[in-house]
Design a binder for this molecule. Structure first.
Ligand code: HEC
Length: 146
């Protein structure tokens, strides 16, 4: 039963990632207006690393989980990560780091279920921050401090 729950959670996480991916790719006009920036490689690395975590979870390969979660956390400390300087963005980044820490901790303790939970929490962080960014980019400068 516990395994079943974990599977359901991991699948939910995977669906969220896929949803995120398609929604970032969807508006073609937007892609024309905003060509790939110098940040794109850094941002795309997040996707590769989170896929790596999912792979580790499904194979129950704890080393793979730990190394990808660590790399993901490290990415969030790169200079290019702080695209905007708002308290909300900083808070989103901290929540994101907490989720990566949780995954590392769980995987080091060989707890696949907690690691899966951490992965779901992490996926929620991806979606939340992206949704915040869309909101910020959609409103005028003066009203975007939340
Ligand atoms: C704290 C905020 C934040 C979090 C958390 C976050 N992202 Fe992002 N992400 C951004 C910003 C900002 C951009 C857009 C950067 C730009 O302007 O090019 C972005 C862009 C992306 C892109 C698009 C890159 C492209 O092709 O232009 C992908 C893919 C991505 N993120 C994946 C993820 C994944 C996967 C996660 C979770 C593991 C995640 N992000 C978590 C802020 C965040």
């Amino acid at each position: 039963m516990k395994r079943m729950m974990t599977l359901v959670l991991v699948l939910t996480g995977a669906c969220l990632i896929v949803g995120l991916h398609s929604s970032t790719a969807a508006p073609q006009a937007d892609a024309v207006e905003r060509p790939a920036s110098h940040l794109t490689p850094l941002m795309r690395m997040k996707l590769d690393r989170s896929k790596g975590i999912l792979e580790g979870l499904t194979l129950e390969d704890f080393d793979m989980i730990v190394s990808n979660a660590r790399a993901l956390r490290l990415l969030s400390t790169e200079a290019g990560w702080n695209v905007i300087q708002t308290t909300e963005y900083a808070a989103q980044s901290r929540d994101f780091q907490r989720a990566t820490d949780l995954i590392v901790e769980a995987a080091e303790g060989k707890d696949i279920h907690r690691a899966a939970m951490g992965y779901v929490a992490l996926t929620v962080r991806c979606v939340e921050c992206h949704s915040y960014m869309r909101k910020v980019q959609a409103v005028p400068e003066s009203t975007n401090r939340e």
